[in-house]
Ligand binder design. Structure first.
Ligand code: ZN
Ligand code: ZN
Length: 372
């Protein structure tokens, strides 16, 4: 599949990071967050550290990853640009210190390191490191074509999987199915369609459970008349999708539940319409929240409107009240307002969108037809 997708331009990521370092007041960066290491080198192992300065890029890991690290760095065309050092902890630290020796001011990733680790690095460096935050994450927030193509594919896998298994929910009146059994069927369908893993633990929340935004699927049977929140995604070549649909089993919702469906649907549609380059992430939250507040349900919308998605399921920018990040072409965000009323039920609708030059393209395209 990847043969038909645009290649990931990993060298350009390193160049963009090097341009950002002086602005953060550092000459080199010790990258300890594994997702950031992956972003900058292609290496996906469970242990690895990167030292990057204008004069060298050094990846260290242990012997378990000797072959994998070389293969993955080569696969993104960086055999020449990245020095790989394999060894025990001491050997890795020595190599990283040597790589950072010509950097008077070394940045650490403060969001991904304990106090003890930072203190230990200060001792090894023999000079005070600089606490940095979000340097690589801010680069990751804006996706290039290769990344968008992978995310579009992950979302298409998820869409097709849901279409395949939704009849199981519709048939629960005659062949009862539990939340957890439906979740398993959905996860399996994604894997069979080429997902390397789920994007996060699938949420299936039926009836009273739908009022809990992050319900863990249980052996509760899905019943006719239930609202059912299904929040899930696929991972393809590291990139994740994220979508929520809320169904009403056996027909259209009625009464108070109908009002909640209509309100969340209107809120989500308004939020999707508002996604475009040049606006703040916070303005999307304002739009979604405004619709729900106007509908008298503001206190029942207790989470933020959305988040960035990419190599991590939750990444920059945060689509939350006061969010100051400016959306630009290539930014990927979710729009996922929800209203949850204990005793009645909950509804959340979520799409993942990529900002384009003039608006936004939804990556998740599954129908919003409520009746299942
Ligand atoms: Zn979600
Ligand atoms: Zn989400």
């Amino acid at each position: 599949m990847s043969g038909s997708l645009a290649p990931l331009d990993v060298l350009r990521r390193q160049q963009r990071l090097l341009e950002a370092l002086p602005l953060a007041g550092v000459d080199g960066l010790l990258v300890t967050a594994l997702t950031n290491v992956r972003y900058l080198t292609g290496f996906t192992g469970s242990a690895g550290t990167l030292a990057i300065t204008p004069s060298s890029v050094t990846l260290t890991t242990d012997g378990r990853y000797r072959t994998q690290a070389a293969e993955q760095v080569a696969a993104v065309g960086l055999s020449e640009a990245v020095t790989i050092v394999i060894g025990g902890m001491d050997a890795q630290r020595e190599a990283l210190l040597a790589a950072l020796a010509d950097a008077p001011s070394v940045g650490l990733e403060a969001d991904h390191m304990t106090w003890a680790q930072a203190t230990a690095w200060e001792g090894r460096l023999g000079r005070a490191p600089v606490a940095t935050s979000g340097l690589v994450e801010e680069l990751r927030a804006v996706k290039d074509q290769g990344e968008i193509e992978r995310m579009r594919h992950a979302a298409a896998i998820a869409d097709a999987a849901l279409a395949e298994v939704l009849p199981l929910m519709a048939a629960t009146g005659t062949t009862p199915i539990s939340e957890s059994a439906f979740a398993l069927a959905l996860d399996s369908a994604m894997r069979q369609r080429g997902a390397e893993s789920v994007a996060f633990e699938t949420i299936v929340a039926a009836g009273e459970n739908s009022a809990k935004p992050h319900h863990h699927p249980s052996d509760r049977l899905i019943a006719v008349g239930d609202p059912v929140v299904v929040d899930f995604g696929a991972t393809f070549e590291g990139y994740r999708s994220d979508m929520t649909r809320t169904f009403c089993v056996g027909g259209q919702p009625v009464g108070a539940l109908r009002e909640i469906f209509d309100l969340v649907s209107a809120s989500q549609a308004a939020g999707v319409d508002a996604v475009r380059p040049g606006v703040t992430a916070g303005s999307i939250d304002d739009v979604c929240r405004g619709v729900i507040v106007d509908g008298g349900m503001g206190e029942r919308f207790e989470h933020s409107t959305g988040h960035g998605v990419g190599l991590d399921i939750h990444e920059l920018p945060w689509v939350a009240s006061q969010g100051t990040a400016i959306l630009e072409p290539g930014t990927v965000v979710t729009v996922e307002p929800g209203v949850y009323v204990a005793g009645v039920g909950g509804v959340r609708i979520e799409d993942t969108l990529v900002v384009t030059s003039s608006g936004a393209e939804p990556l998740t395209r599954f129908t919003k037809e409520v009746a299942a």
